[in-house]
Design a binder for this molecule. Structure first.
Ligand code: AKG
Ligand code: FE2
Length: 392
Protein backbone atom coordinates (compact mmCIF):
# COMPACT_ATOMS: atom_id res chain seq x y z
CA UNK A 1 0.00 0.00 0.00
CA UNK A 2 1.29 3.46 -0.85
CA UNK A 3 1.97 4.98 2.60
CA UNK A 4 1.62 8.53 1.34
CA UNK A 5 -1.74 7.93 -0.30
CA UNK A 6 -3.43 4.84 1.19
CA UNK A 7 -6.12 3.86 -1.31
CA UNK A 8 -7.47 0.93 -3.24
CA UNK A 9 -9.53 0.55 -6.42
CA UNK A 10 -11.39 -2.75 -6.73
CA UNK A 11 -13.05 -3.84 -9.93
CA UNK A 12 -16.37 -5.71 -10.07
CA UNK A 13 -16.85 -5.79 -6.30
CA UNK A 14 -20.65 -5.44 -6.69
CA UNK A 15 -22.64 -7.62 -9.08
CA UNK A 16 -24.62 -5.96 -11.90
CA UNK A 17 -27.84 -7.22 -10.23
CA UNK A 18 -27.00 -5.54 -6.93
CA UNK A 19 -26.15 -2.28 -8.74
CA UNK A 20 -29.58 -2.42 -10.43
CA UNK A 21 -31.40 -3.24 -7.21
CA UNK A 22 -29.79 -0.31 -5.38
CA UNK A 23 -30.58 1.94 -8.33
CA UNK A 24 -34.23 0.83 -8.05
CA UNK A 25 -34.25 1.78 -4.35
CA UNK A 26 -32.73 5.20 -5.01
CA UNK A 27 -35.05 6.06 -7.87
CA UNK A 28 -38.11 4.95 -5.86
CA UNK A 29 -37.26 6.49 -2.49
CA UNK A 30 -34.60 9.19 -2.89
CA UNK A 31 -35.01 12.79 -1.81
CA UNK A 32 -33.23 16.01 -2.66
CA UNK A 33 -29.72 15.86 -1.21
CA UNK A 34 -27.49 17.98 0.94
CA UNK A 35 -25.86 19.89 -1.93
CA UNK A 36 -27.11 21.45 -5.18
CA UNK A 37 -28.06 18.98 -7.94
CA UNK A 38 -27.54 15.98 -5.66
CA UNK A 39 -30.16 13.40 -4.55
CA UNK A 40 -29.76 10.93 -1.70
CA UNK A 41 -31.30 7.88 -0.07
CA UNK A 42 -29.93 7.25 3.41
CA UNK A 43 -30.82 4.22 5.53
CA UNK A 44 -32.45 6.51 8.09
CA UNK A 45 -34.65 7.96 5.33
CA UNK A 46 -35.75 4.41 4.42
CA UNK A 47 -36.54 3.69 8.07
CA UNK A 48 -38.46 6.97 8.44
CA UNK A 49 -40.62 6.41 5.32
CA UNK A 50 -41.95 2.94 6.21
CA UNK A 51 -39.40 1.38 3.85
CA UNK A 52 -37.08 -0.17 6.43
CA UNK A 53 -37.41 -3.50 4.56
CA UNK A 54 -35.41 -1.86 1.76
CA UNK A 55 -32.39 -1.81 4.10
CA UNK A 56 -32.10 -5.60 3.56
CA UNK A 57 -30.36 -5.38 0.14
CA UNK A 58 -27.64 -3.23 1.78
CA UNK A 59 -26.80 -5.64 4.60
CA UNK A 60 -24.42 -8.05 2.84
CA UNK A 61 -22.55 -5.36 0.90
CA UNK A 62 -22.05 -3.22 4.04
CA UNK A 63 -20.55 -6.27 5.74
CA UNK A 64 -18.25 -7.08 2.80
CA UNK A 65 -17.10 -3.47 2.53
CA UNK A 66 -16.36 -3.18 6.22
CA UNK A 67 -14.30 -6.41 6.11
CA UNK A 68 -12.41 -5.19 3.06
CA UNK A 69 -11.62 -1.80 4.58
CA UNK A 70 -10.55 -3.35 7.93
CA UNK A 71 -8.42 -5.86 6.12
CA UNK A 72 -6.77 -3.36 3.79
CA UNK A 73 -6.01 -0.78 6.48
CA UNK A 74 -5.14 -3.40 9.13
CA UNK A 75 -7.81 -2.48 11.69
CA UNK A 76 -9.83 -5.68 12.09
CA UNK A 77 -12.95 -5.43 14.29
CA UNK A 78 -12.16 -1.78 14.92
CA UNK A 79 -14.56 0.00 12.60
CA UNK A 80 -18.12 1.20 12.75
CA UNK A 81 -20.11 2.38 9.76
CA UNK A 82 -20.79 6.07 10.24
CA UNK A 83 -22.91 6.64 7.11
CA UNK A 84 -24.47 4.59 4.31
CA UNK A 85 -26.23 6.29 1.45
CA UNK A 86 -27.11 6.14 -2.19
CA UNK A 87 -26.04 9.43 -3.69
CA UNK A 88 -26.76 10.62 -7.22
CA UNK A 89 -25.35 13.64 -8.94
CA UNK A 90 -27.19 15.12 -11.88
CA UNK A 91 -26.24 17.69 -14.48
CA UNK A 92 -24.27 20.55 -12.92
CA UNK A 93 -23.12 18.74 -9.75
CA UNK A 94 -19.40 18.73 -8.93
CA UNK A 95 -17.06 19.01 -5.94
CA UNK A 96 -13.65 20.70 -5.73
CA UNK A 97 -10.51 19.53 -3.89
CA UNK A 98 -11.31 18.30 -0.38
CA UNK A 99 -10.67 15.51 2.09
CA UNK A 100 -13.68 13.75 3.59
CA UNK A 101 -12.88 14.74 7.20
CA UNK A 102 -12.36 18.43 6.41
CA UNK A 103 -15.08 19.87 8.70
CA UNK A 104 -15.15 19.83 12.47
CA UNK A 105 -18.35 17.75 12.40
CA UNK A 106 -16.72 15.22 10.02
CA UNK A 107 -13.56 14.60 12.07
CA UNK A 108 -14.78 11.14 13.14
CA UNK A 109 -14.54 9.88 9.56
CA UNK A 110 -11.53 7.58 9.09
CA UNK A 111 -12.16 5.82 5.76
CA UNK A 112 -14.42 6.17 2.72
CA UNK A 113 -15.74 3.52 0.33
CA UNK A 114 -17.40 4.77 -2.84
CA UNK A 115 -19.16 2.07 -4.89
CA UNK A 116 -20.03 3.06 -8.43
CA UNK A 117 -23.48 1.82 -9.42
CA UNK A 118 -23.47 3.09 -12.99
CA UNK A 119 -20.89 3.90 -15.61
CA UNK A 120 -19.17 6.95 -17.00
CA UNK A 121 -19.84 7.35 -20.75
CA UNK A 122 -22.76 4.93 -20.71
CA UNK A 123 -25.11 6.33 -18.05
CA UNK A 124 -23.69 9.82 -17.61
CA UNK A 125 -21.11 12.20 -19.01
CA UNK A 126 -18.47 14.02 -16.95
CA UNK A 127 -18.20 13.13 -13.24
CA UNK A 128 -14.64 11.72 -13.30
CA UNK A 129 -12.96 11.38 -9.88
CA UNK A 130 -9.42 12.76 -9.34
CA UNK A 131 -6.87 12.45 -6.53
CA UNK A 132 -4.71 15.53 -6.14
CA UNK A 133 -1.53 13.45 -5.63
CA UNK A 134 -0.47 9.87 -6.19
CA UNK A 135 -1.82 7.00 -8.21
CA UNK A 136 -4.31 6.25 -9.57
CA UNK A 137 -4.77 9.94 -10.27
CA UNK A 138 -8.13 9.65 -12.04
CA UNK A 139 -10.97 7.18 -11.73
CA UNK A 140 -13.69 6.90 -14.34
CA UNK A 141 -16.68 5.27 -12.61
CA UNK A 142 -17.66 1.80 -13.84
CA UNK A 143 -20.70 0.01 -12.35
CA UNK A 144 -19.53 -2.49 -9.72
CA UNK A 145 -16.14 -0.86 -8.97
CA UNK A 146 -15.29 0.40 -5.49
CA UNK A 147 -12.82 3.07 -4.47
CA UNK A 148 -11.53 2.94 -0.89
CA UNK A 149 -9.35 5.66 0.69
CA UNK A 150 -8.51 7.31 4.00
CA UNK A 151 -10.68 10.30 4.81
CA UNK A 152 -7.68 12.49 5.77
CA UNK A 153 -5.55 14.90 3.74
CA UNK A 154 -3.43 12.13 2.24
CA UNK A 155 -6.33 11.64 -0.14
CA UNK A 156 -7.44 15.06 -1.30
CA UNK A 157 -9.82 14.52 -4.21
CA UNK A 158 -12.39 16.16 -6.48
CA UNK A 159 -15.18 15.16 -8.88
CA UNK A 160 -15.66 16.83 -12.27
CA UNK A 161 -19.00 18.38 -13.09
CA UNK A 162 -21.63 15.94 -14.36
CA UNK A 163 -22.59 17.06 -17.87
CA UNK A 164 -25.51 14.74 -18.62
CA UNK A 165 -27.38 11.84 -17.03
CA UNK A 166 -27.31 10.88 -13.34
CA UNK A 167 -24.13 9.56 -11.67
CA UNK A 168 -25.02 7.10 -8.91
CA UNK A 169 -22.92 5.78 -6.00
CA UNK A 170 -23.33 3.82 -2.81
CA UNK A 171 -21.12 5.74 -0.39
CA UNK A 172 -20.02 4.61 3.07
CA UNK A 173 -17.85 6.28 5.67
CA UNK A 174 -16.20 4.32 8.47
CA UNK A 175 -15.18 5.50 11.92
CA UNK A 176 -13.27 4.11 14.90
CA UNK A 177 -15.53 6.16 17.16
CA UNK A 178 -18.40 4.08 18.57
CA UNK A 179 -20.39 7.23 19.35
CA UNK A 180 -20.84 7.74 15.59
CA UNK A 181 -22.02 4.18 14.84
CA UNK A 182 -24.91 4.41 12.35
CA UNK A 183 -26.15 0.91 13.27
CA UNK A 184 -26.96 1.81 16.88
CA UNK A 185 -29.27 4.65 15.82
CA UNK A 186 -30.93 2.60 13.08
CA UNK A 187 -31.51 -0.43 15.29
CA UNK A 188 -33.14 1.63 18.01
CA UNK A 189 -35.43 3.23 15.39
CA UNK A 190 -36.25 -0.12 13.74
CA UNK A 191 -37.06 -1.98 16.91
CA UNK A 192 -39.37 0.86 18.04
CA UNK A 193 -41.16 1.14 14.71
CA UNK A 194 -41.66 -2.63 14.32
CA UNK A 195 -43.13 -2.93 17.80
CA UNK A 196 -45.46 0.06 17.46
CA UNK A 197 -46.41 -0.51 13.84
CA UNK A 198 -49.57 1.32 12.96
CA UNK A 199 -52.21 -1.36 12.70
CA UNK A 200 -54.11 0.40 9.95
CA UNK A 201 -51.18 1.21 7.74
CA UNK A 202 -50.12 -1.53 5.31
CA UNK A 203 -46.84 -3.08 6.37
CA UNK A 204 -44.57 -2.16 3.52
CA UNK A 205 -46.28 0.69 1.67
CA UNK A 206 -44.18 3.86 1.53
CA UNK A 207 -45.04 6.86 3.69
CA UNK A 208 -43.64 10.08 2.18
CA UNK A 209 -41.21 12.36 3.99
CA UNK A 210 -42.14 16.07 4.02
CA UNK A 211 -42.91 17.51 0.59
CA UNK A 212 -39.98 19.93 0.62
CA UNK A 213 -37.62 16.95 0.69
CA UNK A 214 -38.82 15.99 -2.80
CA UNK A 215 -38.71 19.53 -4.18
CA UNK A 216 -35.82 20.37 -6.50
CA UNK A 217 -35.29 24.05 -7.20
CA UNK A 218 -32.77 25.86 -9.37
CA UNK A 219 -33.69 29.15 -7.71
CA UNK A 220 -36.07 30.18 -10.53
CA UNK A 221 -38.39 27.22 -10.93
CA UNK A 222 -38.53 23.65 -9.67
CA UNK A 223 -40.10 20.21 -9.75
CA UNK A 224 -41.05 17.36 -7.49
CA UNK A 225 -38.58 14.52 -7.90
CA UNK A 226 -41.37 11.89 -7.71
CA UNK A 227 -43.14 13.50 -10.69
CA UNK A 228 -39.89 13.96 -12.58
CA UNK A 229 -38.92 10.31 -12.20
CA UNK A 230 -42.23 8.99 -13.60
CA UNK A 231 -42.35 11.66 -16.30
CA UNK A 232 -39.09 10.30 -17.71
CA UNK A 233 -40.85 6.99 -18.36
CA UNK A 234 -43.85 8.71 -19.97
CA UNK A 235 -46.16 8.51 -16.91
CA UNK A 236 -48.15 11.20 -15.08
CA UNK A 237 -49.98 11.16 -11.75
CA UNK A 238 -53.80 11.36 -11.88
CA UNK A 239 -56.40 11.96 -9.25
CA UNK A 240 -57.94 8.84 -7.76
CA UNK A 241 -61.68 8.17 -7.86
CA UNK A 242 -61.83 9.01 -4.18
CA UNK A 243 -60.75 12.54 -4.90
CA UNK A 244 -64.07 13.77 -6.31
CA UNK A 245 -62.84 16.83 -8.09
CA UNK A 246 -66.15 18.71 -7.79
CA UNK A 247 -66.25 18.74 -4.00
CA UNK A 248 -62.65 17.95 -3.33
CA UNK A 249 -60.82 20.81 -1.74
CA UNK A 250 -57.33 21.13 -3.10
CA UNK A 251 -54.94 21.57 -0.18
CA UNK A 252 -53.22 24.95 0.06
CA UNK A 253 -50.06 23.31 -1.05
CA UNK A 254 -51.05 21.31 -4.13
CA UNK A 255 -47.97 19.11 -3.73
CA UNK A 256 -49.82 17.50 -0.81
CA UNK A 257 -51.92 15.77 -3.51
CA UNK A 258 -48.88 13.56 -4.04
CA UNK A 259 -49.29 12.20 -0.52
CA UNK A 260 -52.87 11.11 -1.19
CA UNK A 261 -54.19 8.22 -3.28
CA UNK A 262 -53.25 8.59 -6.96
CA UNK A 263 -53.60 6.75 -10.24
CA UNK A 264 -51.08 6.46 -13.05
CA UNK A 265 -51.57 7.67 -16.58
CA UNK A 266 -49.48 6.83 -19.63
CA UNK A 267 -50.36 8.14 -23.08
CA UNK A 268 -54.17 8.21 -23.22
CA UNK A 269 -54.64 5.39 -20.66
CA UNK A 270 -55.22 5.63 -16.95
CA UNK A 271 -54.55 2.49 -14.96
CA UNK A 272 -57.48 1.68 -12.71
CA UNK A 273 -55.49 0.55 -9.67
CA UNK A 274 -55.31 3.14 -6.96
CA UNK A 275 -51.92 3.66 -5.33
CA UNK A 276 -51.84 4.77 -1.72
CA UNK A 277 -49.68 7.79 -2.63
CA UNK A 278 -47.29 8.92 -5.36
CA UNK A 279 -44.29 7.09 -3.83
CA UNK A 280 -46.23 3.83 -4.06
CA UNK A 281 -46.95 4.47 -7.77
CA UNK A 282 -43.35 5.51 -8.36
CA UNK A 283 -42.06 2.27 -6.77
CA UNK A 284 -44.29 0.17 -9.03
CA UNK A 285 -43.03 1.95 -12.15
CA UNK A 286 -39.40 1.66 -11.11
CA UNK A 287 -39.93 -2.03 -10.36
CA UNK A 288 -41.47 -2.60 -13.80
CA UNK A 289 -38.36 -1.13 -15.42
CA UNK A 290 -36.03 -3.00 -13.06
CA UNK A 291 -37.67 -6.26 -14.11
CA UNK A 292 -38.48 -5.14 -17.66
CA UNK A 293 -36.33 -7.62 -19.51
CA UNK A 294 -37.42 -10.55 -17.29
CA UNK A 295 -41.00 -9.40 -17.55
CA UNK A 296 -40.92 -9.38 -21.33
CA UNK A 297 -39.55 -12.91 -21.36
CA UNK A 298 -41.89 -14.12 -18.60
CA UNK A 299 -44.84 -12.26 -20.03
CA UNK A 300 -48.49 -12.99 -19.47
CA UNK A 301 -48.35 -16.50 -20.86
CA UNK A 302 -46.77 -18.06 -17.81
CA UNK A 303 -48.72 -16.14 -15.19
CA UNK A 304 -51.05 -18.20 -13.01
CA UNK A 305 -54.78 -18.23 -13.72
CA UNK A 306 -55.45 -16.21 -10.57
CA UNK A 307 -53.03 -13.55 -11.68
CA UNK A 308 -54.54 -13.36 -15.18
CA UNK A 309 -57.96 -12.82 -13.68
CA UNK A 310 -56.66 -10.04 -11.49
CA UNK A 311 -54.97 -8.43 -14.48
CA UNK A 312 -58.20 -8.41 -16.47
CA UNK A 313 -59.96 -6.57 -13.71
CA UNK A 314 -57.51 -3.72 -14.17
CA UNK A 315 -59.13 -1.90 -17.04
CA UNK A 316 -58.18 1.38 -18.59
CA UNK A 317 -60.22 4.45 -17.83
CA UNK A 318 -60.17 8.21 -18.13
CA UNK A 319 -58.36 10.14 -15.46
CA UNK A 320 -57.55 13.74 -14.85
CA UNK A 321 -53.93 14.62 -14.43
CA UNK A 322 -52.92 16.28 -11.17
CA UNK A 323 -52.22 19.96 -11.59
CA UNK A 324 -48.89 20.55 -9.91
CA UNK A 325 -46.40 23.41 -10.08
CA UNK A 326 -43.71 21.18 -11.65
CA UNK A 327 -41.44 22.50 -14.37
CA UNK A 328 -41.28 19.47 -16.68
CA UNK A 329 -38.69 21.04 -18.98
CA UNK A 330 -36.36 21.72 -16.05
CA UNK A 331 -36.84 18.13 -14.83
CA UNK A 332 -35.85 16.80 -18.22
CA UNK A 333 -32.86 19.10 -18.40
CA UNK A 334 -31.59 18.29 -14.90
CA UNK A 335 -32.19 14.54 -14.85
CA UNK A 336 -31.42 14.09 -18.53
CA UNK A 337 -32.97 11.62 -20.89
CA UNK A 338 -29.62 9.79 -21.11
CA UNK A 339 -30.54 6.60 -19.25
CA UNK A 340 -34.07 6.46 -20.57
CA UNK A 341 -32.94 6.00 -24.18
CA UNK A 342 -32.54 2.25 -23.71
CA UNK A 343 -36.17 2.00 -22.56
CA UNK A 344 -37.60 4.13 -25.35
CA UNK A 345 -37.62 1.32 -27.88
CA UNK A 346 -39.06 -1.16 -25.37
CA UNK A 347 -42.73 -1.90 -25.96
CA UNK A 348 -44.90 -1.01 -22.97
CA UNK A 349 -47.73 -3.29 -21.87
CA UNK A 350 -50.27 -2.67 -19.10
CA UNK A 351 -50.59 -6.43 -18.61
CA UNK A 352 -46.88 -6.68 -17.92
CA UNK A 353 -47.22 -3.65 -15.70
CA UNK A 354 -49.97 -5.41 -13.70
CA UNK A 355 -47.65 -8.37 -13.35
CA UNK A 356 -44.92 -6.05 -12.09
CA UNK A 357 -47.27 -4.59 -9.45
CA UNK A 358 -47.98 -8.11 -8.16
CA UNK A 359 -44.30 -9.05 -8.21
CA UNK A 360 -43.40 -5.77 -6.47
CA UNK A 361 -45.77 -6.63 -3.64
CA UNK A 362 -44.37 -10.15 -3.28
CA UNK A 363 -40.82 -8.80 -3.27
CA UNK A 364 -41.59 -6.11 -0.66
CA UNK A 365 -43.36 -8.64 1.54
CA UNK A 366 -40.44 -11.07 1.39
CA UNK A 367 -38.04 -8.28 2.39
CA UNK A 368 -40.38 -7.27 5.20
CA UNK A 369 -40.46 -10.86 6.50
CA UNK A 370 -36.67 -10.96 6.49
CA UNK A 371 -36.53 -7.68 8.38
CA UNK A 372 -38.88 -8.93 11.07
CA UNK A 373 -36.68 -12.01 11.48
CA UNK A 374 -33.41 -10.06 11.56
CA UNK A 375 -34.17 -7.10 13.82
CA UNK A 376 -34.20 -9.09 17.11
CA UNK A 377 -30.72 -10.41 16.24
CA UNK A 378 -29.55 -6.90 15.42
CA UNK A 379 -30.90 -5.66 18.74
CA UNK A 380 -29.07 -8.40 20.65
CA UNK A 381 -25.74 -7.80 18.91
CA UNK A 382 -26.19 -4.04 18.42
CA UNK A 383 -25.00 -4.37 14.84
CA UNK A 384 -26.66 -4.81 11.45
CA UNK A 385 -25.45 -8.11 10.02
CA UNK A 386 -26.49 -11.07 7.93
CA UNK A 387 -27.77 -13.88 10.11
CA UNK A 388 -27.31 -17.23 8.42
CA UNK A 389 -30.42 -19.38 8.43
CA UNK A 390 -28.62 -22.03 10.50
CA UNK A 391 -28.34 -19.44 13.32
CA UNK A 392 -32.11 -19.04 13.69
O1 AKG B 1 -18.70 10.14 -5.68
C1 AKG B 1 -17.48 10.21 -5.65
O2 AKG B 1 -16.76 9.69 -6.53
C2 AKG B 1 -16.82 10.93 -4.50
C3 AKG B 1 -17.73 11.85 -3.79
C4 AKG B 1 -17.04 12.66 -2.74
O3 AKG B 1 -15.92 13.03 -2.86
C5 AKG B 1 -17.76 13.00 -1.50
O4 AKG B 1 -18.98 12.79 -1.41
O5 AKG B 1 -17.10 13.47 -0.56
FE1 FE2 C 1 -15.11 13.27 -0.94
Amino acid sequence: MAVDHPRLLLHRFLSPDLCKELEFIHRSCGTVGYRPNVFSTTLSLLAATNCAHLIIPFVAIRERLREKVEDFFGCEFDLFIEFTGLISWCKGASIGWHSDDNRSYLKQRDFAAVCYLNSHGKDFKGGAFHFKDGEPSSVFPVAGDVLIYTADDRNVHSVDEVLDGERLTLTLWFTRNRAHDEDAKLISHLSKSLSTHEKNFPLFLPLPASSNMYWFSDGVSGFDIRCARIQNFGFRFCSSKDQKISNFTVPDDSLELLNMPVRLKRGGDTYSKEFINSLHGLQAIQFYYLKASEMLAFGRNQGSAAESEEIHLLKKMNGSELVLPCDHLLAEKVLGSFMYCEYETMPFSWDDFSMAVIRWEEYMYSLYEQLVMLVPHWVTHQTIFLVHTSDF
